[in-house]
Design a binder for this molecule. Structure first.
Ligand SMILES: Cc1cc2nc3c(=O)[nH]c(=O)nc-3n(C[C@H](O)[C@H](O)[C@H](O)COP(=O)(O)O)c2cc1C
Length: 300
């Protein structure tokens, strides 16, 4: 039994990574998780310059998950390259750098800066619902999504994963647009825009008013969208949204994901990623799967 997967020419030892923004740069979780056991580590979004993020409060609990409006707080690409890449290089895992920006120029600057760095893949976040400009503006319009993909591809030396928003009418159309722009892979879903009101304070719970909903509550929506995206494009899909167990991850793979990311679940069970890796291995043994690709998209 072999758990290796090939995502746009990059071989991961298994199909499990973490969802950007829920695992820091890996260092924060390295006490709980043997990073060598993960197929890849996906880092928190990084921009060309440091961003302070949104005002607080910016996280809240919801039924079966959480809501956040962190607003992509990050240290900027210079500190990231100096501090976070060397940390991750000490481990035997692939490195996926998640990139955010407010304009096409912002994204391209980060991608160009990363071209000569020793990282394996880039994930371009065009789907954050919590930043006022950029981000989501590219993720809700197929033409804009195709254009930003083309722009980034001109500078990228590593394979490019375009990260899609679920806050659209047709996820298949968005997947096709980034594929047409030259995306090497597609990841989904980012968070679903939500709102929570404190009835005693008679005020919004989050300072940003709205936030992105994540966690187990969104899992069935994510499975449906992964299925639709996988059936719309030929490039590999990295599936995420509410994965909290091996069973959830397997569901995503059977729906068409070649790899999976575990996000919000890391917050209440920091060792969950290792349980997901082991659980997929047990399932493959039990069900007689020799290799991962025999499972991907099996349910039609
Ligand atoms: C606190 C928090 C921060 C996040 N930050 C990022 C980010 O920087 N870049 C990004 O592309 N997605 C970010 N996301 C979205 C996740 O990567 C993921 O797409 C989403 O949460 C759905 O997966 P989950 O339900 O397993 O958490 C963030 C999510 C949370 C909860």
């Amino acid at each position: 039994m072999n758990m290796k997967v090939n995502i746009a020419g990059v071989e991961w030892k298994n199909p499990v990574t973490v969802a950007s923004g829920t695992f820091g740069s890996g260092a924060e979780f390295s006490e709980y998780v043997d990073l060598n056991k993960l197929g890849a580590v996906t880092t928190k979004g990084v921009a060309n310059i440091p961003w302070a993020g949104n005002p607080t409060p910016r996280v809240a609990e919801t039924y079966g998950g959480m809501m956040n409006a962190v607003g992509l707080q990050n240290p900027g690409i210079d500190l990231f390259c100096e501090r976070d890449i060397p940390f991750l290089k000490a481990y035997d895992t692939k490195i996926i750098v998640n990139v955010c920006g407010k304009s096409a120029e912002d994204y391209c600057e980060v991608v160009e800066r990363l071209a000569d760095e020793d990282v394996d893949m880039l994930e371009i976040n065009i789907s954050c619902p919590n930043v006022k400009e950029g981000g989501i503006a590219f993720g809700q319009n197929p033409q804009a999504a195709e254009e930003i993909t083309k722009a980034v591809k001109r500078y990228a030396k590593q394979p490019v994963i375009m990260k899609l928003s679920p806050n659209v009418t047709s996820i298949g159309e968005m997947a096709k647009a980034v594929e047409a722009g030259g995306a090497d892979a597609v990841s989904l879903i980012n968070t679903l825009t939500g709102m929570k009101i404190d009835i005693n304070r008679k005020a919004f719970v989050l300072a940003n008013k709205t936030g992105g909903v994540s966690g187990p509550a969104i899992h069935p929506i994510a499975v449906r969208m992964v299925y639709e995206a996988a059936n719309a494009v030929k490039v590999p899909i990295i599936g995420m949204g509410g994965i909290a167990s091996a069973e959830d991850a397997i569901e995503m793979i059977l729906a068409g994901a070649s790899a999976v990311s575990v996000g919000t679940a890391n917050f209440h069970n920091p060792a969950v990623t290792m349980e997901v890796v082991d659980g997929i291995a047990e399932y493959m043994e039990r069900q007689g799967f020799e290799q991962m690709k025999d499972m991907v998209g099996l349910v039609k």
